[in-house]
Write a protein that binds this ligand. Structure first.
Ligand SMILES: [Zn+2]
Length: 481
């Protein structure tokens, strides 16, 4: 757990207040934010189904009644109105809808229209957009939030809040990152983003410790959770405890090394020299990673690393294992990859079929091995793991790739229940929504999957989707097939 239950309640209350303020702002300014209530008025009765979730495990077979976007009753022989849709759940499992905790909806134009449908096809009913230019993202969200739109719930951060030079600048990084020169600028940016309706902020790798501090402090004042890459000018054990989630396990290895302090000094010198030379952010970051990452992994001090991990017990780790360990688990070597690719338009499909040519298996070999070994270590320390893919980056087919992520997490040593939690309870907790999302229980949001088999027995069963309920609506129904 990363908050005490009391803090959690206060956090929740604060968030509701902040949402009301955001709504007032929207009414005044036309800025958009997620709808406060679900559009659904539909009633759905699922008969004789076995509910399962990561909180309660396998529950007694019973009926579940869904109305107005929520699970309103669970029990034996429930009654519904005559207009209700009745589904026979016999022999099937009712699981919470899945989340992908790391997506980029606006990263690649070719995916914009495709992504919401693909997410729902694969049972992803909520996503966390971990970085996008607001000018591009807000119009996309506007259509997803429209009252007649069938789409997953979207929680978004806006731009990658970076320092100097910006990694994802406008020249080669699609402008999804933005620089921050002063602590004042950092603070006012958090205020502006709050007003623009973001649900969290994302801090990136080039910020200085002072700017990181300003972002973290201001975000905590307005109760916005933070997702972050560990800034290159900091140690993971300094930055990690101040944020609610860390992405890709990035730069933890550098703090785990025997010579971590010397590496930090060298990084700061490389950053200063890069700024002096006006290096591009992307190039400077890669040269630092190239210089330090593999040697740090190979020079780990296990005792120091234990202390580093101990400092992260309250921070969710989103390893994006499928991305880090692409050498060990190439996306295109999975049997059903060609079939999943069929959902993409032809030009995109043809492009992605060339993935094996573009991939250099050696460049990420060490990082991949390290990531896979780190997952059971995190689990042994009760560090919470979240499931995210970085789709569409790194040949991650939206939706499909989340199931791959869960499989890889389990193959690396996570048990299926923790893997299911990583895509349900954990993201709900990140947003302090764990009293309303991520479980199959009365009063919870009706984002649900009807499955043919139990994923707590075999995580691959998250793919065996028979029906999808999103915001209380039956959006995919294969119960009669
Ligand atoms: Zn990302």
């Amino acid at each position: 757990m990363h908050y005490s239950s009391q803090t959690l309640t206060m956090f929740g209350r604060w968030q509701s207040l902040s949402r009301l303020r955001t709504l007032a702002f929207i009414l005044m300014s036309g800025v958009i934010a997620p709808p406060l209530s679900s559009r659904s008025l539909a009633e759905i009765l699922i008969r004789d189904v076995t509910p399962i979730d990561a909180h309660s495990g396998v529950m007694e077979t019973q009926d579940a009644l869904i109305s107005d976007g929520f699970i309103v009753a669970m029990g034996q022989a429930l009654e519904a109105s005559s207009s209700a849709t009745v589904i026979n759940g016999s022999g099937r499992f009712l699981a919470p809808g899945l989340w992908d905790m790391h997506v980029h909806l606006s990263y690649d134009d070719r995916f914009v229209d495709l992504m919401p449908d693909l997410f729902l096809d694969y049972g992803i009913t909520s996503v966390r957009d971990t970085g996008g230019n607001l000018d591009r993202l807000l119009p996309i969200l506007k259509s997803l939030y429209a009252s007649d739109s069938e789409a997953p719930r979207v929680f978004y951060a806006g731009p990658l809040l970076d320092g100097s030079p910006v990694v994802y600048g406008s020249d080669e990084g699609k402008g999804i990152g933005e620089g921050t020169a002063t602590t004042e600028q950092a603070r006012s940016r958090v205020q502006e983003l709050t007003a623009a309706g973001v649900s969290f902020i994302k801090i990136y790798e080039m910020v200085t410790p002072e700017i990181f501090d300003a972002f973290a402090d201001e975000a905590s004042k307005v109760n916005l959770p933070i997702a972050a890459h560990v800034p290159l000018s900091m140690l993971a054990s300094e930055a990690g405890p101040r944020v609610q989630s860390m992405e890709h396990l990035r730069n933890i290895e550098m703090d785990c090394a025997r010579d971590a302090e010397a590496l930090l000094k060298e990084r700061r010198e490389m950053l200063a020299a890069g700024r002096e030379r006006s290096s591009k952010g992307m190039d400077l970051r890669s040269s630092i990673h190239k210089t330090q990452r593999d040697p740090a992994v190979q020079n780990e001090d296990p005792k120091r690393c234990d202390r580093v991990l101990d400092s992260l017990v309250s921070t969710i780790q989103v390893p994006t294992a499928r991305l880090n360990a692409m050498t060990q688990y190439p996306p295109f070597s999975v049997e059903d990859w060609p079939l999943a690719l069929q959902a993409l338009p032809e030009s995109l499909r043809n492009d992605w079929l060339k993935a094996p040519q573009y991939m250099d298996p050696n460049s990420y070999r060490v990082l991949g091995e390290w990531t896979l070994a780190m997952i059971p270590r995190l689990a042994a320390k009760n560090i919470t793991i979240g499931a995210g893919t970085d789709t569409p980056i790194g040949w991650a087919i939206p939706g499909y790739s989340l199931h791959r992520e869960l499989e890889i997490l389990v193959a690396a040593g996570l048990n299926p229940r923790s893997a299911l939690a990583a895509a349900t309870l954990v993201p709900a907790r990140f947003f302090s929504l764990d009293d309303q999302a991520g479980r199959v229980a009365e009063g919870y949001q009706a984002d649900l999957l009807l499955l043919d088999a139990n994923p707590l027995e075999d995580i691959r069963n998250t793919r065996r989707i028979r029906a999808v309920i999103s915001k209380g609506n039956l959006v995919r129904d294969m119960t009669l097939e």
